[in-house]
Design a protein around this ligand. Sequence first.
Ligand SMILES: Nc1ncnc2c1ncn2[C@@H]1O[C@H](COP(=O)(O)OP(=O)(O)OP(=O)(O)O)[C@@H](O)[C@H]1O
Ligand SMILES: [Mg+2]
Length: 588
Amino acid sequence: MSDQEKKDQSVSGSAFNFRIFLRVLGYAKPYRTVFFLTGLLTMVSAVLTPLRPLLIQYTLDNSIIIPDGELLERMSLIIVGLLFMEAMAQFSHTYMASWLGQSVIRDLRVDIYRKITNFRLKYFDRTPIGTLVTRAVSDIETIANIFSQGILIIIAEILKLVVVVAFMLYQDWRLALICLIPIPVLLFATNVFKNYIKLAFQDVRTEVSKLNAFVQEHITGMNIVQIFNREKQEMEKFETINGRHRDAHLRTVLANSIFFPVVEVLSALAIALLIWWGSREMLNGTVTYGSLVAFILYIYMLFRPIRQLADRFNTLQMGMVASERVFKVLDTDAQIQSSGKGLRPKIKGNLEFENVWFAYNDEDWVIRDISFSVKPGQKIAIVGATGAGKTSIINLLSRFYEYNKGSIRIDGTEIRDFDPAYLSIEVGVVLQDVFLFSDTIFNNITLNNPDISREQVIKAAKKVGAHRFIDRLADGYDFNVKERGGMLSVGQRQLLSFIRAYIYNPSILVLDEATSSVDTETEEMIQEAIEELTKDRTSIIIAHRLATVQHADVIIVMDKGKIVEAGNHQELLKKEGAYRNLYDLQFA
Ligand SMILES: Nc1ncnc2c1ncn2[C@@H]1O[C@H](COP(=O)(O)OP(=O)(O)OP(=O)(O)O)[C@@H](O)[C@H]1O
Ligand SMILES: [Mg+2]
């Protein structure tokens, strides 16, 4: 686990954080009617349940011990009616509480997803994707339990316990005290159980996330595993994690299977005490037959809920831990910074870099004092060894990262001053690694923008010369590329993003050529497409191919974050310098 990950996982150690609790409750505000209604039902069912033993006692003593058919009939109807009301209250309560929980987490999930989509890329360098997925999916699920199984039910159950004890004391305080004798032992056992099972559940969750991460990573990297014949070793690793998961799970089962009989034994003990003492009193005539039966029912209403309360408190606490983690993401300030001017001027396409410095981390300069300019309609190529900082230039221009020093201007305006949404339309970017969603070719090109028609897509595809290869696929434009575009080659994927860029018709085009080698036919298609895309457009092309470099107006040679040479192909060749070396190495 990295330090950052540890920091993300860490939450305050306090058992109950009231501030966070209020914040979670705040999400229930739009649903306050349901919230209060659920609360009301909670109260109603808490009072209704303990009424039953009272009625049974009355019936026993007044219509059975002293036979009275009419009263018995009436009492039976009342008891059935009460049971029915109880059932209704319980049903509505359960349904509404879950509805509340699910509505709250739907809103929370929207918040967190919106937040994550606006984080700048720097944030993702430091935070594992898996962690964010956990926040947006499973942590949030746990928060729903605060409403559906946590807070309201806990209040209901505590209220019920108080009412039961009050009824017992009111009816016969001596019998009540006898029944309560085993309670301290129960409370102690519950506390031990609660702490043990909490740790065991935490272990289960940790092991589950490790299992998920392992399986996901190894299926994605299966080709590496198979190429290097690592199946056996990886299998062993898997078995270890899998075994730990089983052990953690079994610990929760063990705790439950010890604790539940303990509760049963304690309630049996309470009943035994009750009958032992109660029957003697009954002979003396101070206790009725009905109250003995009623107290047996009360004991069941007392002991089981106390046991369940332990689970409920754990649920509540796990929900609070999840909330704290989710709020931490929501409170992260990692948005793309903008000066707030939000300019949207008509762009001619004059691009300037002036003494730009940039580092991903602290003072690890990746771009050092870069200056160059591109006139409207001009095409420049950037070349350089791997790691020279070429892609980083794109990252700055497209505002994925913030440059540290210097200035980048379009038509004389600092790029920070533009409206970010406007800038991303006017500066079209074709990335080195094209990411495709598991969707059709058509949707991957339009990115589900309803304003782009099928005719437009086909026209653009023909223009950039990609229509041929798409047409040859099984379903043409409706071909599903599957996860991350696995069904297409790197060159083909880039052709799709050329179509995307062409349709948006940006004023400035930035293109990072795919590094991997492609077959001659795809190579030709790519050259044709670049030709078409850069026609009369200010363009920066990060070139990995000879044909691309030769067509450029200016070639910039980069090395270790600096510009070492600039000029056109012929000039640079004659210089016999860095370009010549690169040329011989890479292109010749
Ligand atoms: N997200 C990042 N965090 C930290 N360092 C990074 C990050 N991305 C790139 N770097 C570092 O910045 C330097 C320049 O990387 P860059 O991707 O710009 O190289 P490049 O010229 O595009 O290389 P290539 O030709 O292989 O695509 C490299 O040393 C790289 O290790
Ligand atoms: Mg690169």
